[in-house]
Design a protein around this ligand. Sequence first.
Ligand SMILES: CCCC/C=C/CC(=O)SCCNC(=O)CCNC(=O)[C@H](O)C(C)(C)COP(=O)(O)OP(=O)(O)OC[C@H]1O[C@@H](n2cnc3c(N)ncnc32)[C@H](O)[C@@H]1OP(=O)(O)O
Length: 395
Amino acid sequence: MAAAAAGLASIWRLSHRLRPLQVISFPVLQLHMSRIAMGGSQKDFEMAVNQVKRLKNEPGNEVKLKLYALYKQATEGPCNMPKPGMFDFINKAKWDSWNALGNLSKETARQNYVELVSNLSASEPSSPGKPGAGRKQAGYDTLVVTSEDGITKIMFNRPTKKNALNHQMYQELMAALEAAGKDDSAITVITGNGDYYSSGNDLNNFTDSLQDDIEKSAQNAAILLRNFVGCFIDFPKPLIAMVNGPAVGIPVTLLGLFDIIYASDRATFHTPFSHLGQSPEGCSSYMFPKIMGSAKAAEMLIFGKKITAKEACAQGLVTEVFPDSTFQKEVWTRLKVYAKLPPNAMRISKQLIRNMEKEKLHAINSEECRVLQSRWQSEECANAVMNFLSRKAKL
Ligand SMILES: CCCC/C=C/CC(=O)SCCNC(=O)CCNC(=O)[C@H](O)C(C)(C)COP(=O)(O)OP(=O)(O)OC[C@H]1O[C@@H](n2cnc3c(N)ncnc32)[C@H](O)[C@@H]1OP(=O)(O)O
């Protein structure tokens, strides 16, 4: 995990140790970006290097490696580093990427770098004036939170990353749940934007947050997770999951703490903890056996069996499955009717159902986090994460 501590995040930092940002007005920048799309002078290159630091969309490790390699080739020429050892995953990935450029000239590398940055800038979101933006609650980058018809909807909004939960998303979800618990809506709905409900914990969290002190990082992550799951245990109103597509990891385990789960028939439910060298969280070590029986829960939580929406419904994890083509229409129609029921009665009924076990659930949550804290420091976990980040393995 020492290699992970250095982190793929460091590719980013190492490749961009550069001069302070130049201030460029937007029209000048636009003009500039159309110019740099065509050329690759030293000045264009320097501006592109600065532009990279302003990108709002995280480009992903593959693109970061490409940027790193082109930057090194443009500034130093062909790869001149000794090849890192096979277990030095991060430096090996960087070396491979740079070395793959062979004898590409500095000038062509500069030009390719400029073009790549130009393409990345072109796909950045143009923030103001999007339709429907007026109803969006402010203050969230990784979520879209809206309130209407007595329903607060919290939507995971990192579709290009399959709605993986990065640190910011954990924080924003806690804030959104805190606010939804107190607002005047009757029910709260969580769903995902794009083809996935959510692919679970963002595995880059492991490299982004790890400083030199891995024990401290694991401890901080355990505190974050305990607080995060605690918000679901304590949520005071009916909480509904609209599982619009595949779900992996923590968004699945949390479902035991929801009151209703509606799923599209495209949804799948996957908790590959053993594959990742990890262990269950979200109170699933207690709720899943309780909901589906210990044998079915073991298949999911120990052996990582992926189940379909239909199977999840048969096992009691999902309330009802809808054809994907009518999922949104049917579910929202139904929820709008539910949201008109007397809100206090619904809240009190939910609390009657859940409160008896709250204390127990908090204890289970603490224990799961304690175990995970140690799992995150294991070699099994480090290898699984590095395999994903270095593109050697997906689920
Ligand atoms: C601090 C609290 C910790 C709580 C712990 C929770 C435990 C868990 O949640 S365990 C579950 C962790 N999740 C995974 O292991 C999923 C990893 N992702 C995948 O295996 C695949 O991405 C996929 C099967 C979900 C989808 O594969 P597909 O081929 O359709 O798409 P991709 O090209 O792989 O993904 C697009 C894009 O999204 C990035 N991405 C997807 N999932 C994650 C993730 N969990 N973490 C980080 N990044 C993820 C993927 O890298 C791609 O990014 P780029 O376009 O930049 O390459």
